[in-house]
Design a protein around this ligand. Sequence first.
Ligand code: SAM
Length: 335
Amino acid sequence: MRTPLVDTFGRVHRDLRISVTDRCNFRCTYCMPAEGMEWLPREEVLTFEEIERVARVCVERFGFDSIRLTGGEPTVRARLPLLVAKLAALDGPAGPVDIALTTNGATLELLADDLVAAGLRRINVSLDTLRPERFLALTRRDALGPVLTGIDAAVRAGLDPVKVNCVLMRGVNDDEVVDLARYGRDHGVTVRFIEFMPLDASGGWADDQVVPAAEIVARIDEVFPLEPLSAADRGSEPAARWRYRDGRGELGVLPTVTEAFCASCDRVRLTADGQLRSCLFATEETDLRGALRAGASDDALAELLRTTVAGKWAGHGVGTVTFIRPKRSMSQIGG
Ligand code: SAM
């Protein structure tokens, strides 16, 4: 018997974001320092069996139908396809659970077929620039070529949709907004522009670095005319979706900062070290790893999920005086 996991604002939770590692093979300047990140000790990271157990409780008790794996960089976790296969075998409320992955794409050429064979259906690849020198400066890795090859490999492997996530930052890469949109149109992938959020490791975020979603849409619309998709088409998906009037695909924008979409949020997050968070910006976590390792029953785990979601706030409040930055940065929470 599945009961929906509803918070005090009536939001039904169906989407689990799982960070499988805090480690990453890139050092994006806006996400991590060049040196000195302290990684979680291996024994603190959830095993695949522990991750599967939490996911199973979410699916079997609460009818979750969607799981996204992220990190850190999820593909640096050994045998990732094995975890995908375990999760893809879960019996969702209306068939198999929808399994997706967010990755920097650098090793996708090697992994895409194995991930698809394991049951992965959809993928988001992060790509903030199409210029090799800028890519090196932004990620501190000379890997634009492998990422572009990886995106093509994902399309060839049959992942659908393949989306490209791009964090647009004023004065850093916003001059490429039209080039990135064109790349999406030419490669049959949906580009999603993400507003820069105060979750950088250096704490250097400032609101004048945010390029508002409305400006992004206006700048692309001047070159490639756009029309909005209806709210019904958008569903609970956080990205505002637009379609090119000439029929050549879609564009997404995530206005996390300027037009927060908390009212339709349906997700909970599990960090690599087994802490449950009701919001990316939550300042409190629930220790599921401790419960798992102390032998908690499924009933007890379900209760921890219920109480965490019951305490979920109405909205993250970024940009308001009451906003408090979470202690952990994006890569440590799971973006
Ligand atoms: N390594 C994987 C990747 O590159 O997609 C998954 C983790 S990464 C933290 C997930 C996404 O978060 C990436 O698209 C990244 O660009 C984005 N991100 C990181 N820090 C951010 C910030 N401060 N604001 C907005 N997006 C951010």
